[in-house]
Structures are given as C-alpha cells and as structure tokens.
Design a binder for this molecule. Structure first.
Ligand code: 4AD
Ligand code: MG
Length: 432
C-alpha cells in the first residue's frame, strides 16, 4: 500500500492508500469515529466504522488524544462536500504516539498571548497552515519574478560595520577585535555595490530593527526583499515595483487560491491588483490628509494612521512619491528641480496594511553624497567603500525594499503581522 500525501488523495479515488499524519480532531459515537487527519499538506476526514474493522482497531481509536501521531490505511472515497474533495474509509490504524498530556490548544477560544506562547504547536492549526503556505507561494513568486527578468541573487551580509538606514534602531553585537557590529537593517548599500558589478540584482533575507514600537505592523526581525538596478531612475524604479507586486498577487492567486478561500479572504479585492497603480505626491498626500482632518503640515512624516487614511482612497496599492529630504535617508537623490524633496517613494497597501515598499533613486555624485553624510552626522570613515562606488564609473541607480511580512499580512487579510512569520520576534517576544 503506498504512502500518499493528503494533497494528492484525489488521484487515488477508490484505491487503498496509507496516510502518515496526526489527529487534528475527533468525533465519536458508539459505532463510528470521525477522525480529522492532517499531514502537513492538508486535512482529510477518516471514517472508522466499528462494523468494518477489527474490534481491537476500533477500541484503540478510543485512546486517541488530539495530535496523536497516526498512520492510517483505507480506501479513498470521493466526497464533494469535503474541502479536500475526499474522505478515507479507514481499514487500519497504527498509533505512533498518543500524547503524554492533553493537547493545550483546543476548540475553545484562546487569547493571543497564550497562542503565541505555544507558537511551536499553534503552527499545526488550520489558519496558520493556510497563512504559511501562502507565505511560501509569495516567496516563490518573488524569486520567480526576478529570476525571469535576469536579475542576479546577491546575498548581503547580516553582520555589518557601517550603519544602513538610520542610527536609531540598531541591534548591536560584540564582534571580536572590532568591538561593535550591527545586525543589518537593510542590504541596500551592498546591493548598490553589486549592481555596479551585475547590473540588476536582488536579495532576500532577514533584517533587524530594534523597534521599540508595539504596533501591528512592526517586527524586530523581518524578511526583506530588495532590488537594485544600475542606470535605473526614479520612474523605472516605480514601474518595477508595480510589476513586482502585481506579479506576486497574480501568482499567489494562481497557486494558493484554495488557501486564501480557506482564510475567507475577499479574493475580488486582490484580483484588481494590476499596473498601473495610483500615484500621489507627498505634497498632495499632505493636502489630502488635511482635508480628512489630520493635524499634519508640509515637512512632517506620514505615520501609520495617516498611511491607512491615504490608502483608503484607493483600491490598489498607492505610490506616495517625493518626500521632503529631511525626513528621508541620506542616500536619496534630491530632485534637481526641487532640492528640498528627494526622488523616493513609499508604496502603501490597500485596506490599511500600510507601507509595503520603501524606495528611491540613490545619489550617484561623489561630492553630494559626502555632503549628505556629513549633514546627517554620520561617520565618513564607515562609508569609505560606499563612497568608492561614486569614484569609479558612477551611474544613476535606483532600488527598493519590500517587507515580506507586511505583504503576507495584506494578502492573507491578517489584522496583525505576527501571524505572517513562523516565529515572530517583537519587543516582547523572543520565545519560542
Ligand atoms: O522603508 P525601509 O526602511 O527601506 C529600507 O530599508 C531601504 N534601505 C530599502 C531599499 O531601498 N533597498 O524598509 C523597507 C520595507 C518597508 O516598506 C516595510 O515594508 C518593511 O521593510 N519594514 C518592516 N516590516 C516589518 N517590521 C518592521 N519593523 C519593518 N520596518 C520596515
Ligand atoms: Mg520606509
């Protein structure tokens, strides 16, 4: 009898198969056990009837606790009402382990802290199963997008000497004779070096920010995908972002529609996401916010609530471009026509999911970059190699970073980002 994964059961209608998994749930009457079985690829109901199996097998099934590991043999029956499309007529049941305690996650409602404390077990629950399967498809789509366009994957380091985005939220570690090292907030500066060597590059890895804010959008460790392209200017950059986000949505719909439906995600909202996206200048965004009653003036940063208010005006992601230079990072290219703003953009997801992309054209002029580093009181020496890139064949270049968990939260329709990553790290969480 062959071992078959639940996701493939439909190909085995009326055949006898073996499933290796765990007991997700159980309902019993005196004559019949309904076993909800999961195996990591899906969920299926096994029907164990007293009249059809050996007495001993039926009696054994009574001992099963939730999350018992079990190997089940039986015939696959078509069942159009079941989400998997099939059920199993169980003929044999082997018990690998009956849990030594009652499984702590039950049918009753648990608080979020309890669930996060039991994240190592909570991962087995249906909702988490669907979310992380969708995350997997999103990651695949991101890689596919770049690979199909001739980008080269460049893995950027996690230990860094120089700082990346801002001095404010760095994690420090001791690093031998060098004293302090920092965990990467971004791989951007390294990608800038790499794009001068490979033209079109991307990375995908964990980044770290010592965020003291406890919001539903912030993690201290999150995954970022960044892209950097030599000879790309602001407009090319925004176009690339639109294409990426649309591609990711379309591929996720194609490969994970069943999981999105299982989460009750309103898929019609995602189906609309295709280029072009609406664009609004920072200047107009401030006016829009003022009309909506926000106490904001030109020059102020746009916070989380403001982002939500802007995105509510649109049913696609909206690109807010050309922010004041003093609220953005030192490396951003000032607008030649208006040096008080920089050629940058933030992409805000619809439905209030906030900023999913931060982007800009980079300063390629040596003197201007030195001036901006000094203006920001950053140590020039740490940026020696970064400045070298402006000495040897410097060209305009642009890039961006997309926060994976924000994208997952948006696509899945999650209220909080903590469920968008297998093991979340936040101000108050390092365990499990
Ligand atoms: O806007 P950010 O800070 O941009 C950069 O780091 C640039 N160096 C990227 C680049 O141009 N190569 O971060 C990029 C994205 C944000 O738009 C957001 O989606 C996500 O990373 N992000 C976070 N996600 C979760 N938790 C946090 N604490 C995040 N901080 C940023
Ligand atoms: Mg940003």
């Amino acid at each position: 009898m062959s071992w078959v994964y639940i996701e493939n059961l439909k190909k085995y209608i009326n055949e006898n198969v073996e499933i290796k998994g765990w007991l997700y749930n159980k309902r019993s009457s005196g004559k019949i056990h309904f076993l909800q079985i999961r195996d990591g690829t899906g969920f299926v109901q096994g029907v164990l009837e007293k009249s059809k199996v050996d007495e001993e097998i039926f009696e054994n099934a009574k001992r099963l606790r939730l999350e018992s590991s079990i190997i089940v043999q039986g015939k696959v029956r078509e069942d159009p009402r079941a989400p998997s499309g099939v059920e199993i007529e169980v003929s044999n049941l082997k018990i690998v382990q009956v849990p030594i305690e009652d499984y702590p996650i039950g049918k009753k409602e648990h608080g979020i802290d309890f669930l996060m404390d039991h994240r190592h077990l909570w991962l087995r629950s249906k909702k988490q199963f669907h979310i992380l399967r969708i995350r997997h498809e999103i990651v695949k789509a991101i890689r596919e997008f770049y690979d199909s366009r001739g980008f080269v994957l460049i893995d950027t380091p996690i230990f860094t000497g120089a700082i990346g985005e801002s001095a404010g939220n760095l994690f420090q570690v001791n690093y031998f004779d060098y004293g302090k090292a920092y965990l990467a907030q971004t791989g951007q500066l390294y990608l800038e070096a790499a794009c001068m060597a490979f033209g079109k590059v991307y990375n995908f890895g964990p980044t770290f920010r010592a965020e003291k804010s406890k919001t539903r959008r912030h993690l201290t460790e999150f995954w970022m995908n960044e892209a950097e392209v030599a000879y790309y200017e602001h407009e090319d950059n925004m176009k690339l972002q639109e294409d990426l986000v649309s591609y990711v949505i379309q591929k996720t719909l194609e490969h994970a529609e069943n999981h999105l439906k299982a989460l009750d995600r309103d898929i019609s909202k995602l189906e609309k996401i295709e280029p072009p996206f609406p664009r609004i200048s920072y200047d107009d965004a401030v006016k829009l916010l003022q009309r909506k009653g926000f106490n904001i003036k030109w020059g102020d940063d746009i916070g989380g609530d403001e982002e939500t208010a802007i995105s509510q005006e649109f049913d696609k992601p909206v690109i807010v471009f050309n922010y004041p230079r003093h609220i953005k990072a030192f490396y951003m290219q000032p607008d030649p026509q208006r040096p008080e703003v920089v050629l940058c953009d933030d992409m805000l997801a619809p439905e209030g999911y906030g900023e999913i992309i931060g982007a800009s054209q980079r300063i390629h002029d040596y003197d201007l970059l030195v001036e901006r580093i000094k203006e920001n009181n950053l140590p020039l020496e740490s940026y020696d190699w970064y400045l070298d890139l402006r000495k040897f064949g410097s060209v305009p270049h642009s890039g961006f970073g997309m926060g994976l968990e924000r994208v997952v939260a948006w696509i899945c329709g999650l209220r909080h980002i903590r469920e968008a990553i297998p093991f979340a790290r936040t101000l108050y969480r390092l365990h499990p």
